[in-house]
Design a protein around this ligand. Structure first.
Ligand SMILES: *Cc1c(COP(=O)(O)O)cnc(C)c1O
Length: 394
C-alpha cells in the first residue's frame, strides 16, 4: 500500500539522486542475462581479513565478557591501540580518553559529525568530486554546500587561494580527503599546511578523511592532518579498517583530533548506538598491531594490479595517471561520452562494472573510477573484453 500522505523528512528529500541506484538496476539486468560480471565498481576489497584478526575475533566472541553492551565511547584498550598506532605511525601524541573515538565504520562517523556540528544554512566547503558521505552528510544536516572544484591541471588539489573571501568567512567546515577517492590524487604536506592556515584564519573546522593511510605505494607515506602544527587544534581525522585490512563488513573505523569535536560527536552517538561489538574491537586491536610485513603484502598486491591495468589501458590508447595511493584508477572518458553513458556502455557490452565519475559530484564528470579489487587474471579478462568490443580512448 502506498501512503500518499507520507512524505520523507526534508533532510532525506534534499539528497541528490544516487547514481549507484541506476547502475545497480542495470547490473541486475545484465546478470540475469547470464553475463559473468566483473565488478570493479565499488571500493570493496576482494581479499579475506588477515587470519590473525579472524582468530582474535573467534577468541573474543567465545569470551562472554564481550557479549553485553560495549561502552559508548569504545573499549579503553581499543582507544589505547588507536592512540598507540598514531604515536608509532605519525609521532603524534593523543589522549585516548578525549581525542579518539571508535566508529561503526568511518562513513557513519563522517555523516554523524556533520549532524553534530552543522545547522541548516551553515556553509560547508566540500571538494567536487568527493566521496559521497562528504557532501551527503552535510546535506542531511541541512548545510549549504559550497563546491571546491578539483582540476586535473592542479593535480586534483584544493586551491585555497581560489576560495572567495566572503565564502571563506562564512564557511563553518571543510571536508577533504587525501589520498583521494575517487581521483586517487595524493597531496603534498604543503596542502595540509595551507588547509591549517586557512582554517585558523577563517575559523573553519577541518574534517580530514585519511582512510587510505596505508594503501600507498612506491615508498610514499601519506600525511596526517594531525602531524601539521595547529592541525589537531582545529580538526579531526577519520580512519577505517575496511580498506587496509579487508574488513569492510566488520564496520570498524575511528576518529581522532580536537577533543571538543570528538565530544560533540560522542554526545550525538550516545543517543543513536552503542558502538562496535566489543569482540570486534579486540580483533581490531590485533589488526592495528599486525607486522609491517602484512602491509607490504597488501601494498604490493594493489600496486601490481595498478601497474598491470595502466599498461593494459595504454595498449588501448589510454594514458592513465599512476597513483601513489588508494585502490583506484581515475580514467578519462572518450570526449564524446559523459561518464554515465560511458560506464553504462562498458557494462552493457562487456559485463565490466566501473563507477561513473559523476557519482562523486559534478566535478567527476568526464571520468570513470576503476577499482583494483580483482586479481590479475580477472583484470586481464576485463581488459580483454574491452579490447574485443573496440573500446579506445579516441
Ligand atoms: C571506503 C571509504 C570510506 C568508508 O569506510 P567505512 O569505514 O567502511 O565506512 C570513507 N571514506 C572514503 C574516502 C572511502 O573511500
Amino acid at each position: 500500500m502506498t501512503l500518499n500522505w507520507l512524505q520523507p523528512a526534508q533532510r532525506i528529500a534534499v539528497l541528490p539522486p544516487y547514481v549507484f541506484a541506476r547502475l545497480d538496476e542495470l547490473k541486475a539486468r545484465v546478470r540475469e542475462q547470464g553475463v559473468d560480471l566483473i565488478d570493479l565498481g565499488m571500493g570493496n576489497p576482494d581479499g579475506p581479513t588477515p587470519a590473525p584478526v579472524v582468530e582474535a575475533a573467534h577468541r573474543a566472541i567465545a569470551d562472554s565478557g564481550t557479549h553485553g553492551y560495549p561502552p559508548f565511547e569504545g573499549t579503553a584498550s581499543f582507544r589505547r591501540a588507536i592512540t598507540d598506532w598514531y604515536a608509532r605511525r605519525y609521532d603524534v601524541q593523543l589522549d585516548p580518553g578525549k581525542e579518539a573515538l571508535p566508529l561503526l565504520g568511518s562513513k557513519e562517523g563522517i555523516t554523524h559529525l556533520a549532524m553534530a556540528f552543522i545547522n541548516p544554512g551553515d556553509l560547508v566547503l566540500v571538494p567536487t568530486p568527493a566521496y559521497p558521505a562528504h557532501f551527503r552528510g552535510p546535506a542531511i544536516a541541512g548545510g549549504d554546500i559550497y563546491p571546491l572544484h578539483l582540476k586535473p591541471d592542479n593535480g586534483w588539489l584544493i586551491d585555497f587561494d581560489a576560495i572567495p573571501e566572503d565564502i571563506a568567512r562564512r564557511a563553518k567546515a571543510l571536508f577533504f580527503n587525501y589520498p583521494n577517492n575517487p581521483t586517487a590524487a595524493t597531496a603534498p604536506r604543503q596542502l595540509f599546511e595551507a588547509a591549517v592556515e586557512f582554517a585558523h584564519r577563517h575559523q573553519v573546522l577541518l574534517v580530514h578523511d585519511l582512510c587510505y593511510a596505508e594503501l600507498a605505494f612506491d615508498g610514499y607515506q601519506p600525511t596526517s592532518l594531525l602531524e601539521i602544527p595547529g592541525g589537531k587544534e582545529i580538526g579531526v581525522e577519520f580512519h577505517t579498517l575496511s580498506k587496509t585490512y579487508n574488513m569492510a563488513g566488520w564496520r570498524v573505523g575511528f576518529v581522532v583530533g580536537n577533543a571538543q569535536v570528538i565530544q560533540g560527536l560522542r554526545t550525538l552517538k550516545t543517543n543513536l548506538d552503542y558502538g562496535i561489538f566489543a569482540a570486534l574491537q579486540r580483533a581490531a586491536e590485533t589488526a592495528l598491531s599486525l607486522p609491517d610485513r602484512y602491509l607490504e603484502e597488501v601494498q604490493q598486491r594493489y600496486s601490481s594490479r595498478r601497474d598491470f591495468l595502466i599498461d593494459e589501458f595504454a595498449s588501448l590508447g589510454w594514458s592513465v595517471d599512476r597513483p601513489r595511493a588508494t585502490m583506484y584508477l581515475w580514467v578519462p572518458c572518450p570526449s564524446h561520452l559523459n561518464s554515465t553513458d560511458f560506464a553504462v556502455s562498458i557494462l552493457e557490452k562487456t559485463g565490466v562494472v566501473v563507477t561513473p565519475g559523476n557519482a562523486f559530484g559534478p566535478g567527476g564528470e568526464g571520468y570513470i573510477r576503476v577499482s583494483l579489487i580483482a586479481d590479475l587474471d580477472r583484470l586481464g579478462e576485463a581488459m580483454e573484453r574491452l579490447r574485443q568490443q573496440g573500446f579506445r580512448l579516441t
